[in-house]
Design a protein around this ligand. Sequence first.
Ligand SMILES: [Zn+2]
Length: 108
Amino acid sequence: MSAYLPDGSTNEDGGKYDAGHGMRYTPRYTDPECTQLEGITFWHPCKQDRHPDFEGWANGRTGESDTPGTGWTHTNTDNPERLTVSPSILCVTCGFHGFLVEGRWEPC
Ligand SMILES: [Zn+2]
């Protein structure tokens, strides 16, 4: 599967947007015009700095599920620097857990 990133972003740049608390993210899109959001790739302080399934050096991503009705929903997609993702995001490696709400990370 190919994904498109905003102009100037790469899978190795550590994230386009700073959500606070060490969380940074880059939106991924299914179209070259970057209008159809697929999910986010995110970076956070983690003992595992590279997940083997991920491209580049990101250590998490949302948006993909093989099971209908599961996975994440993304709102505010027209304004990616204020993106909201639900439900919560959890890194099972380090326990990093929280919500991305209007582009800000809320730990929990
Ligand atoms: Zn982690």
